[in-house]
Write a protein that binds this ligand. Structure first.
Ligand code: ZN
Length: 256
């Protein structure tokens, strides 16, 4: 939606540096994530399993991929949506790609079956607030807290107990307070480097071209699976995912 963008290379470098710090500080978490990507371990998503304790994460906005310099993080925002999310899941499955789904609380509440399907197929959850208010950074802390924590509850309930591992402010409207709150709940603030602009429906060719052109600027790519007709997004993913593979990229998750 509005206000997507504005994340640059500097943020990525910062994120990458932080990733190194995390690697040193929490090797077990890193290993679990690497295993999750390869699908070779039952430890996948360990830190978000039902009943596990909430572990605080870093408060800075992450852009880096746990797959390193040639990693790409596919992130899908604003759903789940009964028409478009299943189509996005189909394309991801076709190419064996795991993605991060930034869900709006009320959407998750309305479509718990889709949330469960996202988790069951190895993707990760991200809290995208209750109301998708892109002016959240201008609102009171009470309001921000309600938006973040209620959405966390809605998503966790819908998933059957799997908590979101990230928090992405709608339109990137983070505040120091919202980042700290999310991080205290184990949700790493999540930015993006490449806005595919799919939300504006510029045509599939334009979406593909934007991603191909801007990907050198960083690994985290933004798409949407709700908020209108997303057929261009589905078609663009069908072209972008095999292209990324041909280019030698590997698909990962944002660093936590
Ligand atoms: Zn959004």
């Amino acid at each position: 939606m509005a206000r997507h963008g504005g994340r640059g290379w500097n943020s990525k470098v910062l994120g990458a540096a932080l990733g190194v710090t995390l690697l040193a500080a929490g090797a077990s978490v890193w290993t679990a994530q690497a295993d999750a990507v390869g699908g070779t371990s039952s430890k996948a998503n360990t830190s978000a399993k039902p009943g596990s304790a909430v572990k605080p994460v870093a408060v800075t906005i992450v852009h880096a991929s746990d797959q390193g310099a040639h990693g790409v993080n596919i992130t899908i925002d604003d759903g789940p949506d009964p028409v478009w999310t299943p189509q996005v899941l189909d394309v991801l499955r076709e190419y064996g790609v795991k993605a991060t789904f930034c869900m709006v609380g009320t959407q998750a509440q309305a479509h718990p079956d889709l949330v469960k399907q996202v988790v069951a197929t190895g993707h990760r959850l991200c809290d995208h607030s209750v109301s998708h208010d892109t002016t959240m950074d201008k609102k009171s802390e009470t309001y921000q807290s309600q938006q973040i924590l209620d959405a966390e509850r809605m998503i966790t309930q819908a998933s059957g107990g799997v908590r979101p591992m990230y928090y992405r402010a709608p339109g990137g409207a983070f505040t120091p307070y919202s980042r700290k709150l999310a991080a205290s709940r184990g949700m790493r603030p999540l930015g993006w480097n490449v806005d595919s602009k799919d939300f504006e429906r510029p045509g599939t060719d334009a979406i593909v071209a934007t991603v191909e052109r801007e990907l050198p600027g960083g690994p985290t790519v933004l798409f949407h699976d709700a908020g209108g007709d997303r057929s261009q997004t589905v078609e663009a993913l069908r072209r972008i995912l095999p292209w990324l593979k041909e280019q030698g990229y590997s698909f990962g998750f944002p660093v936590r």
